[in-house]
Design a protein around this ligand. Structure first.
Ligand code: AMP
Length: 415
């Protein structure tokens, strides 16, 4: 039996790769405008990092980690980027000499989830982190970059959902309030949520069970748990966002699926995504550094799922075009053709060679399939005349030119 890719993973094929590359290039350009620098962390990390930062009772830590055992050590294929970046920030002293470190990353993440449309086991994040300050202006900047990034990728119709969980103390108050309210509905919650009530009540809000969702969607809290500072912070963020003409809604049930979030959190949803409607999400995580290093370091960030962005973006790039394709007939022509191939490539023009022994007809077919713009034909006749026949593939016409003129011809023709 033919072996297949593991469930929930995908090959990114040559015909799709230009779209991926374009998404990456455009995202890098946006981050560059906002002064964010790229960081690449390892694809696997020590298991303790995720247990400590994401929270022991989160779905990711409980059920979705791909664990690798190597001797006595246990590693995890990274399920998200923020924890790794916080680790790298601390380990490499990236805060040294600067109040604010702005970073971005693009790369694969791994979660052992049940695969479905828009939900994979290996997917890709484009994310950003602003580390060092707790200013509301950074929350605003992150929301604004997210918005600009989506526009740059040609995406519309999305909506921001925004909430504030408040500082660590507020979040504790919110948790008590939430538990008190949910206890009234305990008998209708699923078995797992009944346990979550005592283990980590916020995780009830992530539950996908329909009955639980009905209950949590109807909850109302009016942000009474927010202290004055957090209330002011939240108001200032909303005031900032109001200036951008962004479609948003404040939703008190939005808590995000990871324990490290506190303060302002947000999610970006898109109506065409169906059940998995989140394009991306982010928020403030001032408490994460305290957890990892006992240091008070303000930070906020976001991540988009690339596969989901692609599902709703109209931007599809066609494969790169091959400028030249050399077809030769006979030994001498082949030698001359191979020299020419090297010359053309070194002149910065894409070119390939037909290495097969097939007929001229099938060689031309191959050139067509590869999307070559010009075929350079060299046979016995051409060798005698020291000229090549150039065939314009789209226009179905041809002309003869001297050997020495081929590079210049292609240079002019492709510009
Ligand atoms: P999260 O870290 O869960 O907030 O994820 C941020 C974004 O990554 C989500 O809004 C999705 O767009 C994307 N994402 C998360 N999990 C998956 C997955 N299993 N498959 C595909 N995309 C995902």
């Amino acid at each position: 039996m033919l072996l297949q890719v593991p469930r929930g993973t995908k090959d990114i094929l040559p015909q799709e790769i230009t779209t991926w590359q374009e998404f990456e290039v455009k995202s890098r350009q946006v981050f560059c405008l906002y002064n964010y620098f790229e960081i690449r962390t390892p694809i696997f990390e020590n298991i303790a990092l995720f247990k400590r930062s994401l929270g022991d009772s989160t779905d990711i830590v409980q059920k979705q980690m791909f664990v690798i055992k190597q001797g006595k050590d246990k590693f995890v294929l990274r399920p998200e980027g923020t924890a790794s970046i916080a680790r790298a920030y601390l380990e490499n002293n990236l805060g040294f000499g600067t109040k604010l470190r702005k970073l971005f990353y693009i790369g694969p993440m791994f979660r052992a989830e049940r695969p479905q449309k828009g939900r994979l086991r290996q997917f890709h994040h484009i994310g950003a982190e602003a580390i060092g300050l707790s200013s509301h202006n950074l929350d605003i900047e992150l929301i604004e970059i997210s918005d600009y990034l989506l526009q740059t990728l040609g995406i519309s119709k999305y909506k921001f959902i925004i909430n504030s969980l408040g500082c660590h103390n507020d979040k504790l108050k919110f948790g008590i309030l939430l538990k008190k309210t949910l206890l009234k509905h305990k008998k209708n919650l699923c078995g797992e949520c009944k346990l979550r009530l005592s283990r980590n009540v916020f995780r009830v809000l992530d539950c996908k069970n329909e009955e639980c969702r009905k209950i949590t969607n109807a909850l109302k809290f009016d942000h009474s748990y927010l202290c004055d500072d957090c209330k002011t912070h939240f108001d200032k963020v909303l005031e900032g966002v109001n200036k951008f003409n962004i479609d948003y809604e404040v939703r008190e049930q939005l808590v995000r699926g990871l324990d490290y979030y506190s303060g302002v959190v947000f999610e970006i949803i898109h109506p065409e995504l169906g059940a998995q409607d989140a394009l991306g999400a982010g928020g403030r995580y001032d408490h994460l550094f305290k957890e990892l290093s006992n240091k008070e370091i303000g930070a906020a960030g976001f991540a988009f799922g690339m596969e989901r962005l692609m599902l709703v973006s109209p931007m599809k790039s066609s494969p790169k075009q091959l400028s030249g394709y050399i077809i030769t007939l006979g030994r001498e022509a082949t030698d001359r053709g191979l020299d020419m191939l090297r010359e053309i490539r070194r002149a910065g023009i894409s070119c390939d060679f037909n290495y097969s022994d097939s007929s001229l007809k099938s060689k031309l077919k191959e050139a067509n399939k590869l999307g070559a713009r010009f075929v350079i034909l060299i046979g016995e006749d051409e060798i005698n005349k020291k000229r090549v026949t150039i065939r314009y593939m789209e226009e179905s016409k041809q002309e003869e030119i001297e050997f020495e003129g081929v590079v210049n011809f292609l240079k002019e023709a492709i510009n």
